[in-house]
Design a protein around this ligand. Sequence first.
Ligand code: F6P
Length: 548
Amino acid sequence: MAKGNTINPQNTPAWALLSDHAQKNSGLKLSNLLDSNSSRYSQFSLELGNLLVDFSRCLATDETLDLLVELAEQRQLHTKINDLYSGALLNCSEGRAALHTALRGAGSAEMPAVTDMASVANLVAEQLELFLDFADAIRAGNRLGHTGQRFTRVINIGIGGSDLGPRLVSHALADHSEEVSVHYVAGIDGIELHDALCGAVPETTLFIICSKTFATLETRINADAARQWLLSSLPKEAVAAHFAAISVNDTAMDEFGIAANARFRIWDWVGGRFSLWSAVGLSAAIAIGSKSFRRLLEGAALMDEHFKTAPLRQNIPVMLGLLAIWQQNFLGVSNHVVLPYDQRLKLLPDYLQQLFMESLGKGVRVDGAPVDYRTGCAVWGGVGSNSQHSFAQWLHQGTAGIQVDYIGTVNGPSMSIAGGHLEGMANLIAQAESLARGQAAAEVTDALIESGCGDAEVEQLLPHKLHPGSRPSNIILLRQLDPAGLGMLLAMYEHQVFVEATIWGINPFDQWGVELGKVRAMKFSKLLAEGASESLPGIGIHFLRWSK
Ligand code: F6P
């Protein structure tokens, strides 16, 4: 870890200048910024291939951007980006590299700390061919079940990073006219598995156990139940034909009965939430086909190249990360709300929630020193037009610090029978403009008078109808939602996370908070099963009393 990153970012000269700058500009209005500079849009937007990011509605001036870039330089961001690509052990608390970019073909010729880069590239290429061939064989009906029938249903069993990415890609890109339907099961209580098995026929069902460790409780419980379900109709030997797995844990795969030609590798230098691009994406590859999966990787690779080579001020993930820092640490933003205006991206907020919150939810820097500044915020959202009829009110007139990413696809889905895509895009623009500009007293008053209100009524209604505005948002546009565009979008957010973590000096690649919960759950499930009331906390005793 370069020394510049172990120190408190608040001690950099740029941080002090940014604090000063924030104070001096505390009365700044976004509407003024938007209206006073006719070239603001071109100066505050960046384009790469079919993706455009418009950050003109962030509460930032040219000077803000310059200071943020200075901060990035003082935090040696460029060096850290090179470290990421060359396999340095950036995940310091687990002694691992974070080489998800290598899964998309990016890498450095320099010798990385993890192993030599050529072998990483070879391992990746070899597994890619294997799992994409497998996916195509399932799609084409060339790989059959135990009784010789083709698979018509695939059920992915995994959770967290072994579920959210492939689930999102399947949902966003599958055309749903395939002969094979792909389902996802994550939850521990068996409901999702029950639903996925409704109407399923054992002879034509393939399960994919997606678990880096093959030890995650939720996944083990669902996998064992799926195995039992299969064995209630088919003999034990059928397991080899009806289960595939992605894991680092060969022993567990042996014990479960996963066939040698149905197991795929993942490595400890790929974190769960960054693993979509590996064989963890197998179920998605079955849903969209190998060709599209390769396009997804190519899109991500384009963003990787851009992140590595573009100057900081022209670099999309860098600017997004720096503006997030500006908004969170200097303007009090505590919510990052993701609003895709395309139903196919419905699962994007869930995916980003894990990506950002598992990565940035850290209270100490890489050197172990506690942080005394905000690191990350709540990430949540939903489909944009639906949100307008539920929580968007809170964004416009509520009191919490928010920042929104509006995500639009210019050319809508070809299969849409309702139309409405254009109207959806109009709503997206209207929402971003409303957040930015708000509605001032004069405008509200005029409208009320025009609708026939007298003075007393105007006075009474005015405060309720005021919109403060100056609430920041980005508009992120894809020309259309295709595999390459989605790959770019997801890689963009991965790199944004890396930028934020680097500035804050935290490790975005571990998740000890998650691990704690896993260990404690093991303990309590044993105590509950044994009925050991003396060792349980109060609520556990009540649970035992009530359970049938
Ligand atoms: O949710 C926490 C986590 O550790 C993720 O990072 C990971 O993707 C998920 O659990 C599942 O882990 P596994 O793939 O080992 O089952």
